[in-house]
Design a protein around this ligand. Structure first.
Ligand code: ZN
Length: 231
């Protein structure tokens, strides 16, 4: 199916993956830990994806009545396509997952390690507008330690997907649990959703907080200790 045919087929009754737009509404649904991907998600290359997205985005702009011969607008479809694949949604491709090296805990540091205020930019999967926030991650070594910048990199990797905050929180936590070979992992995210502030309810002051407390972090003593570090 070529791109024009693809656009045509999508025009049948506003039907996307069997959800009618009217049914989706404004609710923020959360369907599971894994980012929902098609089995053939990587059948075509990133370069082919960029070409396809550029054509489709041009179609969107053209449909909105924008003049794509205008000097300021004509490069936009390609810019958006490149930005989607290489930057803001690069975390969809497992090839971009950070490589990790574990080290033995030679320092014998057995208390919690907290990496706080990790700034991230993500995008809401329901509206494709930014989620801007801070992540705080903590773990207690089970004998292995990880380079500090890797904690940051895993936050960025999972943020660079269309996301909901609940999934982002759990994906980071599950990844760190698996890498660090321990359940003693905590992730707290405090983020602003532009789909809440710039449109819809237009609330500019609220933020959303989500947390994952695994293993010994799921006790009031450890939660209090962690909260004290985050003050
Ligand atoms: Zn949204």
């Amino acid at each position: 199916m070529n791109t024009k045919e693809l656009v045509k087929s999508k025009q049948n009754g506003h039907n996307l993956n069997a959800f009618a737009i009217d049914d989706i509404g404004d609710d923020h649904l959360y369907t599971g830990l894994e980012t929902p991907m098609k089995p053939d998600a990587f059948k075509i290359s990133d370069e082919e994806k960029k070409e396809k997205i550029a054509i489709l985005f041009e179609e969107i702009m053209d449909t909105m009545g924008l003049d794509l011969t205008d000097d300021s607008l004509k490069g936009t479809p390609k810019r958006v396509a490149k930005m989607y694949i290489d930057e803001i949604f690069s975390g969809l491709n497992p090839a971009n997952k950070p490589q990790v090296a574990l080290f033995d805990n030679k320092y014998q540091y057995n208390q919690m390690l907290v990496e706080k205020n990790i700034t991230f930019y993500s995008n809401c999967e329901h509206h494709f507008v930014p989620i801007i926030g801070k992540a705080h991650v903590a773990y207690i070594s089970s004998g292995k330690v990880i380079g500090l910048s890797k904690l940051n990199r895993f936050v960025q990797y999972y943020a660079k997907r269309p996301q909901v905050q609940e999934r982002l929180t759990n994906q980071i936590a599950e990844e760190l649990k698996s890498i660090l070979q321990t359940d003693d992992v905590a992730v707290i995210i405090d983020a602003k959703h532009l789909c809440v502030s710039s449109r819809g309810i237009k609330d500019d002051t609220s933020s959303t907080v989500t947390a994952y407390y695994g293993g010994v972090f799921n006790t009031s003593q450890k939660i209090t200790e962690l909260q004290n570090y985050l003050k």
